[in-house]
Design a binder for this molecule. Structure first.
Ligand SMILES: *Cc1c(COP(=O)(O)O)cnc(C)c1O
Length: 335
């Protein structure tokens, strides 16, 4: 639902939008754009990774060069918006949003920049104003540690101005009534009061810890998990060293090992629920989340469950990931 509000407020039926295939959530957003009567164009890295058989597009972030090249060709400025996912939860790869902004500016293109940071907000560094984003889309159910049920849009003045001309039907999703009523502290409909109480508590916790410490903590967890995956000798899905998600790690299973059968075994034996491979990578990878309210020991327990599961499933591993993560966490003090 979160991505919908951004699209219906800024676009009109038949508008071209440039979206970038970074994984399942980008693909779902594109499917939603199609359903809304937009004309999404899906930019995608070509090819398949020879070692793992996975599509390259699902192991890398948004290529700002490809975006710039495409926008430069759009001399008539038909493309109305560039839509990208900041933290692709299906792959564990982030994208350099500031670089996408620079690409749009370098092409001197007026398209809006719309970004999904549903799973990035409050866990990975993100700067709506500084990075020149027009609409940021987020939700309550990931780094804000709440149940699903609230979605957020942050708007630039340009996005607000564009919304006055946009013609897609909005009904409940319209910004105008919300912006108008929020000036007096109200919401145009019955608000999700119970979640707003939760949000207030979550924000107190977050501000109490401080965003920079929270970002550092997630990054450190991602480094610890990566040390474990490396020790097992399995490939991490993110193939770009600078773009590893601090929020989750995608682990690719060897060709011939069904990642979902492994997940099922681990769930049955150890009551540990791992994220499934979604869309094009179903059965080829699983996801370890290190998001929000967790700690070194819960993460080590997760890694232990995975390591035992790999052994039970007869998947050859090079060494102990748990031991490696323990030494990493013992050295690196939590900030
Ligand atoms: C969880 C998630 C979504 C889906 O949110 P909905 O509440 O189902 O709309 C979209 N994008 C990303 C990156 C996500 O992590």
């Amino acid at each position: 639902m979160h991505g919908k509000r951004a699209l219906v407020n800024t676009l009109s039926p038949g508008d071209s939008v440039l979206m970038v295939e970074t994984g399942h959530f980008a693909s779902l957003w594109r499917a939603m754009a199609l359903k809304l009567g937009l004309e999404p164009e899906f930019l995608s890295l070509a090819g398949t990774d020879a070692d793992t058989g996975l599509p390259n597009a699902w192991r890398h972030g948004v290529s700002a060069d490809l975006v710039e090249e495409r926008l430069r060709k759009d001399t008539a400025h038909r493309i109305q918006a560039v839509c990208v996912v900041h933290n692709e939860t299906s792959t564990g790869v982030t994208s350099d949003i500031a670089a996408v902004r620079r690409a749009i500016d370098a092409a001197r293109h007026p398209a809006l920049l719309i970004v999904d940071t549903i799973s990035g907000l409050a866990s990975a560094d993100y700067r709506h104003d500084e990075w020149g984003v027009d609409v940021t889309v987020s939700g309550s159910q990931k780094g804000l540690m709440l149940p699903p049920g609230i979605s957020f849009n942050a708007l630039s003045p340009k996005a607000l101005a564009r919304s006055e001309q946009a013609k897609l039907p909005r009904a409940y999703w319209g910004w105008e009534e919300i912006v108008e009523m929020s000036a007096t502290g109200y919401w145009p409909y019955t608000p999700n009061t119970n979640l707003l109480y939760g949000l207030s508590e979550a924000l107190d916790m977050i501000l109490d810890q401080g965003l920079s410490r929270i970002f550092a903590r997630h990054k450190r967890w991602s480094l610890g998990v990566r040390a474990a995956v490396r020790a097992w000798g399995l490939p991490v899905q993110c193939a770009d060293g600078a773009l590893h998600s601090p929020v989750l790690t995608g682990v690719i299973t060897p060709i011939g090992v069904d990642a979902d059968a492994l997940r099922k075994l681990i769930h049955a034996r150890f009551d540990l629920s791992l994220g499934t491979g979604l869309g094009k990578v179903r059965g080829r990878m699983f996801r370890i989340g290190h998001l929000g309210d967790c700690n070194d020991l819960t993460l080590l327990a997760t890694l232990a469950g995975v390591e035992m599961g790999l052994k039970l499933a007869g998947v050859p591993i090079a060494g102990s990931g748990v031991a490696e993560a323990m030494s990493y966490f013992a050295q690196e003090a939590a900030s």
